[in-house]
Design a protein. Sequence first.
Length: 340
Amino acid sequence: MPQTDTPNYLDPRTLAAIGPIDLRARMIVEGMMTGMHRSPMEGVSVEFAQHRQYTPGDDTRFLDWKVYGKTDKLYLKQYQKETNLDMVVLVDASGSMRYGSTRGTVATGSLRVGSGLSWSKYDHAASLAAAMCHVALRQQDRASVVLFTDEIKAATRLSNSHDHWRTIVNALSSAESFEVSEPPPDASPDVSPNHPPDHPVGRTDLSRMFDQAVARLNRRSLVVLISDLFDDLSAIERGLAMLKFRRHDVIVLQTLDPAELEFPFRSPSRFLGLEAEGGMNLDPQALRSSYLEALRGHLDQVEQIARRFRFDYVLLNTLEPLGPALSHFMARRSAAIGKK
């Protein structure tokens, strides 16, 4: 894979972890190039499909002589032609994805380890997207990255060309150029556990994003959604239902910061919303149990929605190394598909 000038989103350790793993499609895909995914077009390849009785004019090279020896009848062996996959990675670049409580010294899986820089949910999501696209391009599958907030903000073309890797990385790095919102008048950034409010901000609108994304998909694809999924459950369910109806395969990677998962704050503080919601003075210890209960309920329902449509779902903690988690998931997915 070509080297880039902006390598932050793909660490060599992640590459080493996912190197032996293939990205497989659950559905039958259609394509022009020969790849590793099953196609509805029957042809000559390595994966046996079925027998068909011989008729005059058929190619005798594909006669199954073992069957003939047992039945005294002529049958042809038919195979599943293998083809290439389209993978579209939807990356949430909204304001809430800019939150990051960890620093580069502990946010392993990044080339910024030891830098002391903040490692946000978006950084983790972009690293996930880069890793998934790396695997797809290595397989000669076509890949595209779509960045969204309340709507689609940027998207690369679908391609498996040699230079497409640079385009993908540049697109992931472009999220910093999205609109900047001023902090609300009552915000006090010096006591907020969140990022300073001068970070790029965009509201999340998954319903609108799904409408736009589905309209772009011209054929059955593998869609990878990477987001904290802090939006109405009805919007998530509606969007996944549309993708299921169009017979797309979907992987949902919900990405959260350890502070969001554990809520370790102790001192009364002013908490700021990262999508222009304003600020509130709160005592975190008084509301911790209620917060964690509400969060667990939301996470459980998100997973249930994804499983209901038979889509893969993984919850990822930005503090944990990306490589092992992604490698384990992809190996488990490939094994499950191989059993079908």
